[in-house]
Ligand binder design. Sequence first.
Ligand SMILES: [Cu+2]
Length: 177
Amino acid sequence: MRARSLWALAAGAMVSVGCGTTTPQPSKPLAPLATWNAAHHLVEWTVVAGDGGENGGMNFDGYANGEMTLVVPVGWRVEVHFRNASFTPHSAMVVPEGDRDRGSFDSSLLAFPGAETSNPSEGSPKGAAENVEFTASRAGNYSLVCAVPGHALAGMWDKLVVSSQAKQPSLLVNRSS
Ligand SMILES: [Cu+2]
């Protein structure tokens, strides 16, 4: 009991100096999928494509169909640590929410400069890892989609909310099944 209280104090102290983490629900591994540094206005988001069999493999970090939402304060930098864990080629690209339900994507749909992995329509092979950085410069609702044709329609997308209200990032997950 005493150890637990001390840990809570330590965690609180970490937040107050400007670092934080959000861990998804316990069905996933304990490693946090998003970490951030408030002083640098930087959030790092681990995005593993095809992470297990959820939604027939059409998932990021095991989540699909908008089950995962990253909220970022407007103006922050976002560094996406992308990796493809499956034999199916996948990619990641940030588009306006209204452009999510498409069979295919091109760079004209990009929400922020730089917010895409290389060759998003072809996708990256299994094991490929890439860091993608962009500035979340405009508030609004966006989607992180896999731009390989058909994959977003199959549910391979997350939500990205760029907020003028939020003081710090948060990662929310909502498993529908
Ligand atoms: Cu894909």
